[in-house]
Write a protein that binds this ligand. Structure first.
Ligand SMILES: *Cc1c(COP(=O)(O)O)cnc(C)c1O
Length: 403
């Protein structure tokens, strides 16, 4: 007889976005004439197509694979081609952070790496996750039966959790700029976390999927902008939101050579080596044409084209934020992030506000309660949509809420 991993039974039954889709479908069934009027500002997916130079590079890559002389089979290392690792390293350099190509591993995205990384850490680890959070951190640790301590991200701390020195942790998940709250750590705040991690001999798993949205001077694009971080942090990045790769799939994870863990017998082990061993057994690398496309993102032309797309989303974020300012509604994000995280008006609950907005304005967002306990009473809007629809949605919301 086969036995299931019972930890999976502890997971939430319905994924947040399935619940949302169900509610939208029910509404459409009852109001078929409203179907085309609905504006979706809920899901965290991009809408602008790939940059032209990325498409060209992917095409060139696949052409090479159709020719005997340039055909590519398994990649030797499975950690990514040198041309891409060097491009990523150069990208880090462009904002003043030194990450050597050897410390970079190319992946099929940030979700798989942030979920899989738990494989290399003992179940004895105490895991610290700020609440609300991107669900992958919680789910992947529940699946492996680990103890999770939640630390509060709230309106009081601007949804930027502060380390609690009375609590010990071994693994710490941080995401900045944050999904879902849009909040981003300043360098001083991030340094506090790095210091806390070093004091606890803990490792920070730092999700920087939204680094390209950072606009403010004192908000780091990488945790390695903070001194000491290479001794305590793994950084996980993605081209999904920064270059529209959600359907193409490519990311990169930095495991610094300086990062070591002490064994119980006093010897040390390199985290990079163990992660490499794990990946060597369970992962065979990213498609060559995709890596060609990813390298194009970091070219001068690619950066120019991707920046334009980011500006489009950032302008949408400004439009959303301006409407909320007019209404006097409290929110975080929108500045260094495509997300705007707002306090539901009139003390409404997250799902209550979801229903209200859907039925009265035909606008769909994401209920904050889906991201953890502290998300109750909050609501996420995304700037990944079409400009005209974003403007229209905010006009409707203004009209509805200023009544
Ligand atoms: C979208 C997102 C990612 C990206 O995941 P991919 O697997 O690279 O598409 C990672 N982390 C967070 C917090 C995200 O919102």
């Amino acid at each position: 007889m086969a036995y299931i991993n019972e930890n999976f039974l502890k997971l939430e039954k319905n994924y947040l976005f399935i619940n949302i889709a169900k509610k939208i479908n029910e509404y459409i069934e009852q109001n078929p004439d409203k179907k085309d009027n609905i504006i979706r500002m809920g899901i965290g997916d991009v809408t602008i197509p790939l940059a032209p130079c990325v498409v060209e590079a992917v095409k060139k890559g696949i052409e090479e694979m159709g020719v005997k002389e340039t055909f590519k089979g398994y990649e030797d290392s499975g950690t990514g081609y040198d041309f891409l690792k060097e491009a990523v390293s150069g990208y880090y350099k462009s904002f003043g952070v030194d990450v050597p190509p050897e410390d970079i591993r190319i992946s099929d995205g940030a979700k798989s790496d942030s979920g899989n990384i738990v494989d290399i850490f003992s179940d004895k680890n105490v895991v610290l996750i700020s609440d609300p959070a991107y669900p992958v951190y919680v789910d992947s640790n529940l699946m492996s039966g680990r103890k999770i301590i939640y630390i509060d991200s709230t309106k009081e701390n601007g949804f930027r959790a502060v380390p609690d020195r009375s609590v010990h942790a071994d693994l710490i998940y941080l995401c900045s700029p944050n999904n879902p709250t849009g909040a981003a750590f300043t360098k001083a705040q991030l340094k506090d976390w790095v210091d806390y991690a070093l004091e606890n001999k803990a490792i920070i798993i730092y999700d920087a999927a939204y680094e390209a949205f950072v606009t403010e001077e004192d908000v780091p694009r990488s945790i390695y902008a903070v001194e000491g971080a290479k001794k305590c942090a793994i950084e996980i990045c993605s081209l999904s939101k920064t270059a529209g790769f959600t359907g193409l799939r490519c990311g990169y994870t930095v495991v610094p050579s300086e990062l070591v863990v002490e064994n119980e017998d006093g010897t040390t082990v390199s985290v990079s080596q163990i992660w490499g061993r794990r990946q060597g057994s369970k992962f065979n690398g990213v498609a060559y044409p995709v890596q060609c496309g990813a390298a194009a993102v970091f070219s001068e032309e690619g950066q120019k084209q991707c920046r334009e797309n980011l500006e489009y989303y950032k302008e949408n974020a400004r439009i959303i934020a301006a409407a909320l300012d007019e209404l006097g509604i409290w929110y975080s994000g929108g500045k260094n992030s495509p997300y705007i995280w707002l306090e539901c008006p009139n003390g409404m609950g997250s799902w209550e506000f979801f229903d209200y907005l859907l039925s009265e304005a035909n606008v769909v967002g994401t209920p904050g309660a889906g991201f953890g306990r502290n998300g109750e009473g909050y609501f996420r809007l995304t700037s990944f949509g079409d400009r005209q629809k974003t403007i229209e949605a905010m006009e409707r919301i203004k009209k509805l809420l200023s009544k």
